[in-house]
Design a binder for this molecule. Structure first.
Ligand code: GLN
Length: 283
């Protein structure tokens, strides 16, 4: 983008120039952030002039995006379940398909219920905080093995004024003080070590710790399922997000560990994305 010869540079001008390097949508979101305006303003004020500082700031952001850096890391925030969460490269960027995990958790806990909930591998805290916000009578424990992730998740809960969630640095169940929960949820790492997607798009910038789970991507799911029965009250639910081809094996593992009412649910793209079951302990 070179605007040196132009006297006035408008919203429309910078967007059409940025369009050469990045998508219109990304350019629009970055510009909204620089100008502190919303989408409607962009549409209704295409002829508004930018100051030289605004142009320079926008150009720097476009350059970062053009080099592949995810928009959420550039802006330091990401929307999930209509809530804005702070994110840094220490945590996975919450995905729209993970909203299904929250939907299912909210289905299992009705508004008036007071439940003990555990979120394993909480990252930014998006899942735990969203559930805590929608189920004020429940207590949510959110665990993560990364101290940086715990710090970000705590910041998010404070900034969103959510008081019924607490955070613990723990390798899965390792450091938990409470021993029994009514619902355990997780979006664990589930990508196979040699999956070529790891070298593509946003995944290149995200923490490997939050993405990769052994040769077939099943290591963490397997660990969680095999220990979950010791941490669930009778009749409690375990809900797990997984990869597009992992529903069958996840359901098989749930069955082998004594879960009943086992099911899988597809995300909006039609991909089987979450599987779960209810713990039915032997008499
Ligand atoms: N859903 C993410 C992706 O495939 C992966 C996140 C994860 O492993 N939990 O991009």
């Amino acid at each position: 983008m070179n605007f040196e010869k132009q006297q006035y540079i408008t919203i429309k001008d910078v967007l059409s120039h940025a369009r050469i390097l990045i998508s219109y949508n990304d350019a629009r979101i970055l510009l909204q952030n620089v100008l502190k305006i919303n989408h409607a303003y962009i549409i209704t004020h295409p002829e508004q002039d930018l100051t030289p500082i605004q142009i320079h700031t926008f150009q720097l952001l476009v350059k970062r995006r053009a080099s592949g850096e995810p928009v959420s890391y550039i802006l330091g925030e990401c929307e999930f379940y209509s809530i804005k969460f702070k994110v840094t490269p220490s945590v996975l960027i919450p995905r729209p398909e993970t909203e299904l995990l929250v939907d299912l958790a909210l289905e299992k806990i009705s508004l008036g219920m007071s439940c003990e909930i555990l979120d394993l591998g909480t990252g930014s805290g998006a899942i735990a905080i969203t559930i805590a916000k929608h189920r004020a009578l429940s207590n949510v424990t959110a665990a993560d093995n990364s101290a940086d992730a715990i710090a970000i998740a705590k910041t998010n809960s404070e900034y969103l004024s959510v008081n019924n969630v607490h955070f613990i640095k723990s390798d899965w169940f390792g450091e938990l003080t409470r021993k029994k929960f009514d619902l355990i949820i997780s979006n664990p790492p589930y990508i196979a070590l040699n999956d070529p997607h790891l070298n593509q798009k946003d995944l290149r910038f995200e923490p490997e710790l939050a993405l990769v789970a052994g040769q077939d991507g099943m290591d963490c799911i397997q660990t969680i399922i095999s220990s979950a029965t010791s941490y669930l009250n009778a009749g409690g639910w375990l809900l797990l997000e997984h990869g597009y081809n992992q529903a069958k094996i996840t359901k098989q593992l749930l069955k082998e560990s004594g879960f009943i009412n086992i099911f899988s649910r597809s995300d909006l793209a039609g991909i089987s994305r979450v599987s779960g079951g209810r713990y039915d302990p032997p008499l």
